[in-house]
Design a protein around this ligand. Structure first.
Ligand code: GDG
Length: 459
């Protein structure tokens, strides 16, 4: 095998989506991070095109120096693999939502079939010295399937979402088979020490693993399991402050906020993001602090996602009702407490909006990392930064300790944090912001990429 410094990187993820700065919509942090990774290192990004058809053709394209290779999925694949096993079984279970996780054999079959199909399609394009990096819960068994087809390259896997505690995971009927497939990889990465601990706890108890430092041995295979928190392209985000859309968005926010403090939330419309609890917490704040009425407002940007799944349609309806009720109860003739925007903004506009906000309200009930928290910090004015209110259950809380950390289930906690943030003196805001900014600057997306790839090379 040649020196892996010269290796190509083959990134495999569910969706391939080349981000553009003028894109309006939640591309998700994964797409932005993977694109940045591939711009650094020559390679191919392989995955689903997002289109549905019965074609099995692999299409290559080059976009901004990144080669993408995509395939379509059939309607049945989308239903069973994507809407089914990925988004109705694994996503809720890994976000501690046992109550809505569905367990259907058809979903499991579709998941296996699409993973097989990915492996069959990519196999002939793999060269002997390529590094292969598989991403996220959609593709857990892919490495194992590639090994069964004779692929001996170094293969890494990174999980973008939380790893649940072992008692929760055992609710998945095929938990053991699924976790065993992870031992086909060389390196398995998690966002935080907490998710890594849960993984180690599971394999020690259910797979009789031998654990020595980062190395975990099960049967005849040893993997390195590490915590490797994903970052944002901090430099790019800071530079984007001067983009004309960012400046326009900033001015629009400042002009429409006169005399009012802006609190901002930006999330894909997903039950894991804690939007209902956030609205309840904000309403508690309004009720406890009538003197703040008309002096603040919450801008919640929440582009809908995964609308083929019922639980996502349910949360959308619930939030429409809840925001309407809060506005109906508290609004005045010249003030609405919540501006609830159900569509995406361009990334540059988001930068301007974050910057104009006195508070970034990021309160997921459970989140692998949460990049919005980091983007909010990156966008702030160093001389007069806003305050980040962050859920203690977001992976980002392990790094951003100077945020105001809250329990997102507690309306009182959220209400109190909002009041504390509004009262926080400038010196304290600067001090907290500086230490968070140092963290996202040193542990940015390039740091994450290098750290993971170096782990693969260590083997
Ligand atoms: C998964 C994990 C982990 C949102 N609204 C708009 C928009 N966004 C962008 C944000 C941010 C991204 O989407 C969301 O990233 P998050 O990290 O917050 O959440 P997930 O999509 O759930 O991502 C998560 C991540 O993977 C990476 O590992 O952090 O825990 O769940 O970049 O800015 N972008 C645009 N318009 C919007 O309206 N352009």
């Amino acid at each position: 095998m040649e020196d892996s410094a010269l290796s190509r990187l083959i990134v495999i993820s569910n969706r391939v989506q080349v981000p553009r700065s003028d894109d309006e919509g939640a591309q998700g942090g994964l797409a932005v991070a993977l694109f940045a990774a591939l711009r650094q290192q020559k390679g191919i990004w392989f995955g689903w095109s997002g289109d549905t058809s019965d074609s099995r053709e692999l299409r290559f394209e080059v976009n901004s120096d990144v080669t993408t290779a995509t395939i379509d999925l059939s309607e049945q694949d989308v239903e069973e693999y994507y809407n089914g096993y990925a988004n109705r079984t694994l996503w809720p279970l890994f976000h501690y939502r046992l109550d809505i996780a569905e367990h259907e054999r058809d979903f499991q079959g579709g998941y296996r079939r699409v993973n097989q199909n990915f492996a069959d399609t990519i196999k002939s394009h793999i060269q002997s010295d390529d590094l292969i990096w598989v991403h996220d819960y959609h593709l857990i068994p892919l490495g194992d399937i590639l090994r069964s087809k004779g692929i001996q390259n170094k293969i890494g896997f990174f999980l973008h979402i939380p790893w649940p505690p072992k008692r929760l995971l055992t609710a998945l009927p095929e938990h053991r088979e699924l976790v065993e497939t992870l031992f086909a990889y060389d390196v398995v990465g998690f966002q935080t020490e907490e998710w890594l601990d849960s993984f180690r706890d599971y394999v020690a108890n259910h797979l009789d693993a031998t654990i020595e430092g980062d190395e975990i041995r099960v049967g005849g295979r040893t993997i390195r399991a590490i915590a490797c928190p994903i970052g944002i392209d901090t430099k790019d985000f800071v530079e984007a402050r001067s983009h004309k859309d960012a400046i326009t968005a900033y001015s629009r926010m400042v002009e429409s906020s006169i005399g009012r403090d802006l609190i901002v939330g930006v999330d894909r419309l997903d039950y894991s993001k804690g939007l209902q609890e956030r609205f309840t917490g904000y309403e508690r704040f309004l009720s406890k602090h009538p003197e703040r009425a008309a002096k603040v407002y919450l801008l919640q940007i929440a582009p809908p996602t995964r609308e083929a799944v019922q639980s996502y349609r349910d949360i959308r309806m619930a939030l429409n009702a809840q925001s309407g009720l809060i506005n109906g109860t508290h609004a005045d003739i010249d003030w609405v407490p919540i501006r609830y925007v159900n569509r995406g903004m361009s990334r540059s506009m988001l930068g301007g909006i974050y910057r104009a906000a006195r508070i970034g309200l990021v309160t997921p009930l459970r989140d692998g990392m949460n990049l919005v928290a980091k983007e909010y910090v990156a966008a702030q004015d160093p001389d007069d930064p806003g305050v980040l209110i962050l859920s203690q259950f977001a992976g980002a809380a392990e790094q951003l300790k100077e945020a105001l950390l809250v329990n997102p289930y507690s309306a009182d906690d959220i209400a109190e944090a909002i009041e504390n943030a509004l009262r926080m003196p400038r010196e304290e805001r600067i001090e907290r912001w500086k230490s968070m900014f140092d963290c996202i600057k040193s542990q940015d997306v390039n740091w994450w990429l290098k750290k993971f790839i170096n782990e693969m090379k260590k083997f």
